[in-house]
Design a protein around this ligand. Structure first.
Ligand code: MG
Ligand code: ZN
Length: 220
């Protein structure tokens, strides 16, 4: 079954390089946080709001993954933090070689945390290790509360789950309790924070989590 062997080789090569990325990040004292979500859930808005909230507390860098364009990296650059855009050229997830090239372009010695915005997709990003220490999945109110039922893999592996755009709750049939219950059925431990990146509601719970895990650093 040669096809399966090829896939296994690709995955193990990726895992090997992800481990090297992790060693490099640990040596520089940088914690990598992988942000995964559907397109439009608010990954870039989350990163922009988090940069503002952490200003003066943590030194932030960003790797932006997109199939094409530098729209998101341009927004992050305006916030005045180091950022590198990775265009995957059609691939629907980031992989460890791409992140290695991103790390090459960032001033790791001047950073405490790097947010890696994965390609918008709830399927395969969770299958490719990058060297991250933490996995975050963002769900948003307009997407609906059924995503954990449809995409169980990514919610099972999440370290934190965020519910974004809660300011839209009054206008939509989003059942937050049902969403939380569906996540909990897959994942016993991940904290679930609800927030609005537009209004700032609930953001502090998330940024306090980031500060706590970065301060714990390599001890966790
Ligand atoms: Mg984005
Ligand atoms: Zn993919």
């Amino acid at each position: 079954m040669p096809k399966i062997e090829v896939v296994e080789r690709i995955l193990s090569a990726n895992d090997q390089l992800a481990a090297e990325n992790r060693v490099r990040l640990d040596a520089a004292g940088v914690v990598a946080i992988n942000i995964m979500a559907s397109p439009g859930a608010g990954k870039t808005s989350l990163i922009l709001q988090t940069i503002e909230a952490l200003r003066g507390r943590l030194r932030v860098g960003v790797i932006e993954g997109d199939i094409a364009s530098s729209v998101d990296a341009d927004k992050v650059a305006q916030a005045g933090v180091p950022v590198v855009q990775i265009n995957t050229g059609g691939q629907c997830h980031l992989d460890a070689p791409m992140v290695a090239r991103g790390l090459d372009a960032l001033p790791l010695a001047d950073m405490d945390v790097v947010f890696v915005e994965n390609v918008g997709n709830l399927v395969c990003p969770s299958g490719f290790q990058l060297g991250q220490r933490w996995d975050v999945v963002v769900n948003s109110v307009p997407e609906g509360d059924d995503k954990p039922l449809k995409y169980p893999g990514i919610f099972t592996e999440a370290d934190v789950v965020l519910i974004n755009k809660i300011d839209l709750q009054p206008y939509l049939d989003y059942d937050e309790a049902a969403f939380r219950q569906a996540v909990r059925a897959l994942n016993a431990d991940a904290p679930i924070f609800s927030m609005s990146c537009k209004t700032g509601t609930g953001l502090a719970e998330w940024t306090d989590w980031v500060v706590a895990v970065v301060e714990k650093g390599q001890d966790v």
